[in-house]
Design a protein around this ligand. Structure first.
Ligand code: PLP
Length: 430
């Protein structure tokens, strides 16, 4: 019998001899079965076997306006008629910078780059240049991209990580410089007492504290009440640069990002993903005195493709749409989905935990009633989750294998009901 995913399977097989592992990003190799897509619009995708999916992956988050929003694509096409890359400035990048300045509380100055990983790299460099210190404090389970120093303890095994209170920095990849973790102090997130102790002890060595203000990359963990504020105060007291990595939360949790949503101002913030609805652009934004050394050319931040016309136009048009968007509606839809999932789990006697926020939340198969840090998230039954994601895919609902659900402005009440119907179909069968 012909498989539902036959053409994708053939393409994946063929790709093995030209693309390493058949994919262009390691993260994509985790999705099973590997699918090839033909087109997408709104909240729906169509694969090469003509299967139609309701999409809750949104390409790992960027597509907050949904797939192929006409206002963005038209603006990009129009802008591209005039040119693509000047190796110099153009007016739209100034307009985009001003637009972001008017929205993002910490954005006194900005620089554009091509990916979240690059923006994080720039943020750490700017923090080191300003403080003259080398070390950074990051948190277990937080992902800040794939560059050497950032890819430390993003998903470590506990055998390697050791004690909760003072985990060893664990490298995420073969081929990373062995010393990549040498200047990285790792701690569990959401533990104010431990943060206070660590900063008391290491404050004078720390250039930066970097965190996802919501730990979206592992179980979508919200900050404990007062945690972000405490981090803010501790960094201020010791002259440490507080970096919010808003690559996921930026323009998604709120137009003004997590910093606007929670009302806590970092010194530097990184944005990507939702800022251009799928076009490859990111930015570093922050206090003027931290970006001034870049302005003075004391700190190198460069890039051939930075602020090219295509991505600048995409970001400008996306943010213009986002300025008109009813964020509360997306929050409400996501919350409705979360509570629907919980109600179904209760009906069918399953232990699940749905946590996070409407625009991005996590569904976990676990007995726990809350997950507050990375080590808690290790108690999730990931096998159960993989089976669930596969069963949903067979019913035309595309989810991320790691349990994160992304909502977009293109999702409707009917989509939420469709997803819940598919879940009920699976859970009612036992
Ligand atoms: C919080 C966070 N920071 C940084 C990155 C890296 O961004 P990019 O994949 O654009 O390099 C990601 C990617 O998922 C992320 O989730």
């Amino acid at each position: 019998m012909k498989s539902r995913y036959q053409r994708s399977a053939e393409l994946f097989q063929r790709a093995q001899t030209s693309l390493a592992g058949g994919v262009s990003s390691n993260v994509r190799a985790l999705a099973q079965p590997p699918l090839y897509f033909r087109r997408a619009s709104g909240a729906c995708l169509v694969d090469v076997d003509e299967n139609v999916y309701l999409d809750f992956t949104l390409s790992q988050g960027p597509l907050f306006l949904g797939h192929s929003p006409p206002a963005v694509l038209d603006f990009v096409n129009q802008a591209m008629r005039d040119g693509q890359l000047y190796g110099a400035q153009h007016e739209l990048e100034v307009k985009l910078a001003e637009q972001i300045q008017s929205i993002v509380p910490c954005a006194e100055l900005l620089r554009f780059c091509n990916s979240g990983s690059e923006a994080v790299h720039a943020a750490i460099r700017a923090a080191r240049a300003h403080t003259g210190r080398d070390k950074i404090l990051k948190f277990e389970g937080h992902y800040h991209g794939w560059y050497d120093e950032a890819l430390v303890s993003a998903g470590p095994s506990l055998v390697q990580a050791g004690p909760r209170e003072a985990p060893c920095p664990v490298l995420g990849s073969d081929g990373q410089l062995g010393s990549s973790g040498a200047n990285v102090i790792v701690r569990p997130w959401n533990d104010v007492g431990l943060l206070r102790q660590t900063i008391a002890r290491h404050g004078s060595e720390l250039a930066a504290v970097i965190m996802e203000p919501v730990m979206c990359n592992n179980a979508c963990i919200p900050p404990q009440p007062g945690y972000l504020e405490a981090a803010r105060d501790l960094c201020t007291e010791r002259g440490i640069v507080l970096i919010f990595d808003e690559v996921i939360t930026g323009f998604r949790l709120d137009l003004a990002g997590a910093q606007g949503f929670f009302g806590v101002l970092p010194d530097l913030a990184t944005f990507g993903k939702a800022m251009a609805n799928g076009f490859p652009v990111a930015c570093l934004a922050g206090r003027d005195y931290l970006l001034q050394p870049i302005a003075d050319l004391q700190v190198n931040h460069s890039g051939t493709y930075n602020s090219n016309v295509m991505v600048t136009a995409a970001a400008f048009a996306t943010i213009k749409e986002l300025q008109r968007l009813d964020y509360q509606r997306v929050h409400r839809l996501g919350e409705k989905l979360m509570s629907g999932l919980k109600a179904l789990a209760a009906r069918y006697g399953l232990s699940v935990l749905a946590q996070g926020f409407g625009p991005a939340f996590h569904l976990a198969f676990t007995e726990r009633d809350s997950i507050v840090d990375y080590r808690d998230s290790l108690e999730i039954n990931s096998q159960r989750n993989s089976e669930f994601v596969g069963a949903m895919l067979d019913r035309g609902i595309r989810l991320l294998s790691r349990g994160l659900w992304y909502l977009s402005a293109a999702h409707t009440e009917a989509d939420i009901q469709r997803a819940l119907d598919a879940v009920e179909d699976i859970w009612s069968a036992g």
